[in-house]
Design a protein around this ligand. Structure first.
Ligand code: SAM
Length: 214
């Protein structure tokens, strides 16, 4: 099945509200657990979340690892506004930025992580190049995203199985996101083209792929 683009930035009021109110606690907790496993023992790393959305993942990470310095970033101001509201404790910094042109110096970030940004980006090579540029030598990368299914029927079945209880809007967005996602082979080619051939990429579930550094 060919990839079908969806809008890059999520800034429409109804989609921001629907996304911020949805319960992603299980998948987000699993993401944080995996990130911490990959990180091993790091001493107060500087971490950057790209496409943080409502910020649930960095907030969970800040609770699990209070010594880590965490920045949640997004290109959508309405999304960042929901993240700021959720912050409360003030343990995460929030930043508006385009992940394809990150306003940080070279080798400034110890841990770059992201959940579900990749399928939003029409051409992810500039994003991967930016990740390579800002990462400290030996730094950790962990990205998780949807993987494009082989057919529309399979995409519909995934929506039904994992989002059947959600609102019609969220189901439609989930379907659209599955069609916009990449395959493992496509991500492998992107990484090689961006000088990140040392990263691993593999399916992590029936609908997700992971990119990480061993
Ligand atoms: C599907 S949401 C995922 C949000 C969050 N990571 C989560 O797992 O709940 C994708 C987010 O990426 C953001 N995004 C898309 N393109 C971006 C870019 N070039 N730079 C920064 N954020 C971007 C969108 O605005 C949206 O908030």
């Amino acid at each position: 099945m060919q990839r079908e683009l969806e809008p890059e930035v999520m800034d429409l009021a109804d989609e921001v509200a629907a996304y911020a109110q949805a319960d992603f606690s299980e998948v987000n907790a699993a993401f944080v657990e995996r990130l911490i496993e990959h990180a091993g023992i790091l001493d107060a790393p500087v971490c950057l979340d790209l496409g943080t959305g409502p910020g649930d993942i960095p907030l969970r990470l800040a609770k699990a690892r209070p010594g880590w310095r965490i920045v949640g970033s997004d290109y959508s101001w309405p999304m960042l506004a929901t993240a700021r509201v959720a912050n409360g404790g003030g343990t995460v910094f929030w930043l508006g930025l385009d992940a394809k042109a990150i306003p940080f110096p070279d080798a400034a970030i110890d841990v770059v992580f992201s959940n579900s940004i990749l399928h939003h980006v029409p051409d992810p090579i500039p994003l991967w190049r930016e990740i390579r540029r800002i990462l400290t030598p030996g730094g950790l990368v962990f990205l998780r995203d949807l993987a494009r299914p082989e057919s529309r029927e399979r995409a519909k079945a995934i929506v039904e199985r994992y989002a059947g209880q959600e609102s019609a809007l969220l189901q439609a967005e989930y379907y659209r996101s599955l069609l916009a996602a990449f395959t493992v082979d496509e991500v492998r080619m992107q990484l090689d083209a961006a000088g990140l051939g040392f990263l691993q990429v593999a399916m992590a579930s029936d609908r997700h792929l992971d990119v990480w550094r061993l």
